[in-house]
Design a protein around this ligand. Structure first.
Ligand SMILES: [Zn+2]
Ligand SMILES: [Zn+2]
Length: 296
């Protein structure tokens, strides 16, 4: 006879006994609870009952996890980044109107979109493989990236501004001086699309971790036609050997970069010149191995 889960496993004493030393990662709660719920009787909890526990304990924890929530500082950086990008775009459009030249700014804008994907790959490769939380300017991003490799699905739970503010800050500090110093519509055609893609690449990345049925149809369509990084390609970044598919805007550069072994060559040069080993060389290890309830 099946016994209700709540009767068999009293949840509050279990959760009270969980050490709070890793309270900044409360999604781990479901892993610990699943382990603690290992029954001592013959009546095994079904997969469904485990999922019920997961639903009840993980989602509320994630929704209140401060590491995944947006603050007003995050929102202000995103607003500032969007403003500087819009100003650059407006300068390109106004300049194109004034000079009656449309092809060159449009072509520069397309180049900005293409080059931004390459830039996202280089930045992603660098922060995945080098530095740590104490690295100036990008230390927080490096730490977040390591967490992302261990718990990839949590990126979908990150709130919008929380996910974007680091690159929005970099965009603001770079594009604002360009806005003030230059008026050329072709140059701003490139800058505005490049900066837009950089600012929003973490959103595109989060969408690559999304479930097709839960994503907006337009996003799924853009992924399917290759204008945004695809879900099926990005999943390979999170699988052994953990050293490919770094680009997260359109992903158009991934094939050429991976097949030409450009990143491996750069890693070798850095190792021979500076003696620094990239993190991807030490695979498999616990830092990059995805942690799930099934491999703990
Ligand atoms: Zn990565
Ligand atoms: Zn990812």
């Amino acid at each position: 006879m099946s016994t209700p889960l709540q009767t068999k496993y009293t949840l509050s004493p279990i959760t009270n006994n969980i050490p709070r030393t890793r309270s900044h990662r409360p999604w781990l709660l479901h892993i610990r609870v699943t382990c603690l719920l290992t029954p001592t009787t013959n009546s095994q909890p079904t997969h469904e009952t485990k999922l019920v526990v997961k639903q009840r304990l993980v989602n509320p924890a994630l929704s209140t996890d401060p590491n995944l929530q947006s603050t007003w500082t995050h929102r202000l950086w995103v607003a500032a980044g969007c403003t500087t990008v819009f100003a650059s775009f407006a300068k390109s459009i106004i300049g194109a109107f004034g000079s009656n030249l449309w092809f060159e700014p449009a072509l520069a804008g397309f180049a900005g979109y293409i080059i931004a994907d390459l830039g996202s790959g280089v930045y992603h490769w660098a922060t995945d493989n080098y530095g740590d939380s104490s690295t100036p300017l990008v230390g927080t991003h490096i730490e977040d990236s390591q967490d992302h490799h261990k718990w990839p699905w949590t990126i979908t739970k990150r709130q919008f501004a929380n996910n974007l503010y680091l690159l929005a800050r970099g965009t603001t500090l770079t594009v604002l001086p360009i806005d003030l110093a230059f008026d050329d519509p072709v140059f701003h055609g490139f800058v505005s699309t490049f900066a837009f893609c950089v600012l929003f690449c973490q959103l595109f990345h989060a969408w690559a971790h999304g479930t097709k049925s839960k994503l907006p149809p337009l996003v799924v369509w853009l992924q399917d036609i290759g204008l945004l990084v695809s879900r099926t390609r990005h999943v390979n970044h999170h699988r052994a050997p953990y050293n490919n598919n770094y680009c997260v805007v359109s992903g158009v550069w991934n094939k050429v970069l991976d097949e030409s072994n450009v990143f491996e060559a750069m890693e070798m040069v850095l190792f021979l010149q500076l003696g620094v080993r990239p993190r991807s060389w030490t695979e498999p290890n616990s830092v990059w191995t995805e942690e799930t309830e099934f491999n703990r």
